[in-house]
Design a protein around this ligand. Structure first.
Ligand code: UD1
Ligand code: CA
Length: 458
């Protein structure tokens, strides 16, 4: 099969500088949804028709090429003279021995199953149209049938009153034998209300050529919904998120409210995972058995191991949380953070590019950056690594069983030996030896007979 994706329209109603097909749905451009679905069909040829915002669309196609798989070609449609004219631009790219599937870059949720069914009814010699019954068909092309057989498609603007009352609409998605498609496209005229070359006019030509015109229907109406405005984009986002939430529930995940979770990527969950309201997952996130994620947490490309508890309001990105760890509330784990088993990271603690081994704790108000922290280490409130001198970054090493007193500054590069204790308020600029107390605080003294100043009367 060949696949042609129409993506040249400008999407004026989006009111945006970004081309319509690049607006994200669940964190991924509309066009990427369509390309990813098309690729699951293993097409012989895949061609994207682009026009408005050409450079940005081409750049986006490059990112797909990096993923491998079937090659994507691109054909420029300039000016945009209609859907039939758009498909025409792809003809030289296609394999004529196989049928051609036409998809829209702004209809992101069609499932591969539905497309396979459409291709099946089309076979090699029929024209197949994906149609759907719509209570409010306003603005869409209507499927005109005689004696049950499709005879033509009429656009809203060209339709007579009795045709406007038809509720079966053209999704726009169709499969056609490629040699015939080429012939039919060549014979299109733009003698219609919009002065465009309509792809839909090939239906009447097929009927004239005695080519059978058949139809298939999607499993759900949302599969053929397109995006023309921010309103429709928001509606599709909710539908898509609802589907994702349903999938999670079916796999046994407990969601406090399936209407209040956003997955913008791939979320893989083990058994007995609980996710509270308002959480956002981006990129690839893995939650192992028994993980709990608290209210309004954001996890980006993260792995959380079995039994870990992410308390409310955490931000975790490119990080690994070890089993049975306790994170938050209000903790931030930045890229390169790897926590071992039963690590406790409390409120207003930030960890970046650091490894923290089993049973260590930083429970309040700390910054741990570019550090290697051993097991059973206690990092006191307000302690920070000074990892950056304004030009370069340096590592801090804190060995097993060390105790970092509150409000200490560890000026990297520096090492705290195993079992060492830093007194509160220490500014550590040289290594702290293992097993000993190191303290940089001036000795406390009390001034005898000191008196508070009193206000002088004028
Ligand atoms: C089209 C169909 C209509 C169908 C509707 C479903 C035609 C004539 N009409 O209507 O029967 O019910 O889709 O949404 O085909 N595009 C180009 N180049 C162009 C024009 C459009 O690439 O010159 C692309 C658009 O970017 C979009 C798709 O084709 O992805 C459909 O275009 P749009 O203008 O939304 O289709 P309609 O005319 O509304
Ligand atoms: Ca239009």
């Amino acid at each position: 099969m060949n696949v042609v994706i129409l993506a040249a329209g400008m999407g004026k109603r989006m009111q945006s500088a970004l081309p319509k097909v690049l607006h994200p749905l669940a964190g991924k451009p509309l066009l990427a949804h369509v390309i990813d679905t098309a690729r699951t069909l293993s097409p012989a040829k895949l061609c994207v028709i682009y026009g408005h915002g050409g450079a940005a669309v081409l750049e986006h196609l490059e990112s797909h090429k990096a993923k491998g798989g079937v090659e994507i070609s691109a054909a420029l449609q300039e000016p945009q003279l209609g859907t039939g004219h758009a498909v025409m631009q792809a003809m030289s790219e296609l394999d004529e021995s196989q049928p051609t599937l036409v998809l829209y870059g702004d209809v992101p949720l069609t499932t591969a199953d539905t497309l396979k069914r459409l291709a099946e009814v089309a076979g090699n010699d029929k024209l197949a149209i994906l149609t759907v019954m719509q209570e409010n068909p306003f603005g869409l092309g209507r499927i005109v049938r005689h004696g049950g057989r499709i005879t033509r498609i009429v656009e809203e603007k060209d339709a007579r009153d009795e045709e406007r009352s038809i509720k079966e609409i053209n999704s726009g998605i169709m499969v056609a034998p490629t040699v015939l498609l080429k012939k039919w496209l060549g014979a299109l005229t733009n003698n219609n209300a919009q002065g465009e070359y309509y792809l839909t006019d090939i239906v009447a030509q097929a009927v004239d050529d005695k080519v059978e015109v058949v139809s298939a229907h999607p499993s759900a109406g949302w599969e053929v919904l397109g995006v023309n405005s921010k309103v429709q984009l928001a509606q599709l986002e909710r539908i898509h998120q609802g589907n994702i939430a349903l999938g999670l529930l079916e796999r046994g995940v407990t969601l406090a409210d399936p209407a209040r979770i956003d997955v913008r990527g791939e979320l893989v969950c083990g058994r007995d995972v609980f996710i509270d309201v308002g959480c956002v997952f981006e990129g690839k996130v893995e939650l192992a058995d028994g993980v709990s994620v608290g209210v309004h947490s954001v996890l980006v490309n993260a792995r959380v191991e079995a039994g870990a508890n992410i308390k409310p309001f955490c931000h975790i990105e490119d990080a690994v949380v070890g089993p049975a760890s306790q994170i938050g509330p209000y903790a931030r784990l930045r890229p390169g953070t790897v926590l071992g088993e039963d690590v406790h990271v409390g409120n207003f603690v930030e960890i970046k590019n650091s490894q923290v081994a089993a049973h260590s704790k930083a429970n309040h108000l700390a910054y741990v950056g570019d550090a290697t922290v051993g097991s059973r280490v206690n990092i006191g409130a307000g302690a920070i690594t000074c990892n950056y001198d304004g030009a370069n970054k340096f590592r801090t090493v804190i060995e097993d069983d060390a105790f970092i007193g509150s409000d200490s500054q560890l000026v990297a590069p520096v090492t705290v030996g195993a079992g060492a204790t830093l007194g509160a308020g220490t500014t550590l600029t040289r290594d702290a030896p293992a097993g000993k107390l190191t303290i940089s605080r001036p000795k406390q003294l009390t001034i005898e007979n000191w008196k508070r100043p009193v206000k002088v009367k004028k």
